[in-house]
Design a protein around this ligand. Structure first.
Ligand code: FES
Ligand code: FES
Length: 156
């Protein structure tokens, strides 16, 4: 039994301690906003926050979350009004959408630690999140928009 908090709610899950957080979220708690991509910490689709840090939930065992707080895309804001979520809609970032919850969670961790990131800061923070649809330019624009940075140029 491992006890932890997900999106502000206490959870007790009866799994072996080495079970990846991703499977606890998806299979035991029904939080399917977090996606399985590669399973080997290479794509970022499974990104959630553990104590505010962006982590790859596919390779992080639930034992690492004991007594700690996990935040998933479902818990980023109570009503979908996080600045990144608004910007994502305004910029129309997603194509297929599969990678996007992981992208947003990485971006949210970036803005929490660096509220006014430069292009280089964004590229560095987001480099572990792969998008097969190639939405990178729009992701960058949306992060700038959420940060309130002046941005130029049209749709990318
Ligand atoms: S599924 Fe975790 S990084 Fe790809
Ligand atoms: S929007 Fe399709 S993989 Fe990123």
């Amino acid at each position: 039994m491992v006890a932890f908090t997900v999106n502000g709610k206490e959870q007790n899950v009866n799994v072996t301690p080495d079970t990846p957080i991703l499977w606890v979220l998806r299979d035991h708690l029904g939080l399917t906003g977090t996606k399985y991509g590669c399973g080997i910490a290479q794509c970022g689709a499974c990104t959630v926050h553990l104590e505010g840090q962006a982590i790859r939930s596919c390779v992080t065992p639930i034992s690492a979350a004991a007594g700690k707080k996990i935040t998933t895309i479902e818990g980023l804001s109570p009503d979908g009004s996080h600045p990144l979520q608004k910007a994502w809609i305004a910029v129309e970032v997603p194509q297929c959408g599969y990678c996007q919850s992981g992208q947003i969670m990485s971006a949210a961790a970036l803005l929490a630690s660096n509220p006014k990131p430069s292009d280089a800061d964004i590229d560095s923070a987001m480099s572990g999140n792969i998008c097969r649809c190639g939405t990178y330019n729009r992701i960058r624009r949306a992060i700038h928009q959420a940060a309130g940075n002046d941005t130029q140029g049209g749709a990318a």
